[in-house]
Design a binder for this molecule. Structure first.
Ligand code: SF4
Length: 91
């Protein structure tokens, strides 16, 4: 049973606006293999598309906040996102 104190310590629900960047996502026009390449494949083209995407920053922050481990998000690869999480003290 939850008490008042338990509820106060729960994380705040994420606002719906968090996902607004998806509406203009350029990757929606590309196939998933484009953003989730096989290991060892190039991520260059996906990163180029991300560079032209207006939702890039929000997309990257979403991936960092949700610990997305695979694929290109916000123009960064898994390894690049892991580096940022470590710099921020997340891992
Ligand atoms: S930044 Fe890249 S992965 Fe994120 S929504 Fe835009 S195109 Fe897709």
């Amino acid at each position: 049973m939850q008490t008042h104190t338990d509820v106060l310590t729960l994380p705040a629900p994420r606002p719906a606006a968090d996902l607004a960047w998806r509406e203009d996502a350029l990757c929606a026009q590309a196939g998933p293999e484009f953003f989730f390449p096989a290991p060892g494949s190039s991520t260059r083209e996906a990163k180029q598309l991300c560079g032209a995407c207006e939702g890039r920053v929000a997309c990257l922050e979403y991936a960092l906040a949700h610990d997305e481990r695979f694929g290109v998000w916000g123009g960064l690869s898994e390894k690049e996102r892991l580096r940022i999480r470590r710099l921020r003290g997340g891992e």
